[in-house]
Design a protein around this ligand. Structure first.
Ligand SMILES: C[S@@+](CC[C@H](N)C(=O)[O-])C[C@H]1O[C@@H](n2cnc3c(N)ncnc32)[C@H](O)[C@@H]1O
Length: 291
């Protein structure tokens, strides 16, 4: 017989260890890890006083804590994460979907409020498929294509579409931006890599060491992908079609400027929940000469 042990002191000791190592919000991460190790819901663990766990499950919890102590993000340790209320599997080559990116989903839904239209959507640099799958979960008649340079990321996104029962309206391609894409779209979205290359090493270890370089690195000033995309995207947009880009908090003016320079109309910048510039929208005016 294995016996039981109180969880509170285990959590407290782990929190002290992680906090001393510089992990922010260690308590919350530990609740997620404990939920996975002990199969006890986070809601119950928040009031851990009085909770006991089998002694022979403690080693598996400590192994997860060791990974977090090495600064592996909690999302990667768990292997999946929630975005827009959808559980998405992660892979080594997919970025962890961020709450900031929900700003882009919200902005598109606001700009194109008809949920019943069969929108054709293109998501460039799809990663886990987060943005495309969130939009398809809202637009129930829409069809979408997700593209990623990483074949592994495209495969993870396709798996997520299957798990979410969206696979009949989503297809995923491996390739560079629009090289393998044909046709016209009503909505094109992208959260491209936008960190200046030289800044990556100075980011938190969770990002610098565990996120894929190609999901972060946007060239010398972080804007290389936007410069490329604004050149090639208007030709893939139908008249009145919408482009939505996520960008860095200090890139709002630059990205909106690139959209205007390419001839898009109604260009606007939208802030995230933290009040930082996060999303640029623009639409293709009828008759724009492109590509
Ligand atoms: C910032 S991540 C965004 C991932 C996902 N869309 C999200 O919002 O969580 C950028 C993505 O662009 C992909 N990527 C980088 N260069 C690319 C290229 N030339 N063509 C297509 N995808 C590219 C990366 O592999 C990565 O998945």
């Amino acid at each position: 017989m294995s016996g039981l042990i109180a969880l509170s002191p285990l959590l407290r000791a782990a929190e002290e260890r992680l906090t001393a190592l510089g992990v922010e919000d260690a308590r919350l991460d530990l609740l997620y890890l404990a939920e996975r190790a002990f199969a006890i819901p986070v809601g119950r663990l928040r009031r851990a006083d009085g909770v006991q766990v089998p002694v022979d499950t403690v080693a598996s919890f400590q192994a997860l804590v060791d990974r977090r102590a090495a600064r592996e993000p909690v999302q990667r340790i768990l292997g999946d994460w929630e975005f827009w209320g959808l559980t998405l599997a992660l892979g080594p080559e997919t970025l962890i979907p961020r709450p900031d990116t929900e700003t882009l989903v919200e902005a598109v839904l606001k700009a194109r409020p008809d949920r019943a239209r069969p929108w054709r959507i293109l998501d460039l640099g799809t990663g886990t498929g987060a943005i495309l799958l969130a939009l398809l979960s809202e637009y129930r008649q829409a069809f979408g294509v997700g593209v990623d340079l990483s074949p592994d990321a495209a495969a993870v996104a396709a798996g997520n579409a299957r798990s979410l029962r969206l696979a009949d309206r989503a297809s995923f391609l491996a390739g560079s931006w629009v090289d393998a894409v044909a046709g016209r779209f009503d909505i094109i979205v992208s959260n491209p890599p936008y960190i200046p290359d030289a800044d990556i090493a100075g980011l938190a270890p969770e990002v610098a060491r565990f996120e894929p370089w190609r999901a972060l690195a946007g060239g010398a000033d972080g804007l290389d992908p936007y410069r490329h995309l604004v050149r090639v995207l208007p030709a893939l947009l139908c008249d009145g079609g919408l482009i939505g880009f996520e960008h860095g908090a200090d890139q709002g003016l630059a990205v909106a400027g690139l959209l205007r320079d390419t001839g898009l109309a109604g260009v606007s910048t939208i802030r995230d929940l933290g009040g930082r510039d996060r999303v640029a929208l623009g639409q293709r005016p009828a008759g724009l000469r492109a590509g």
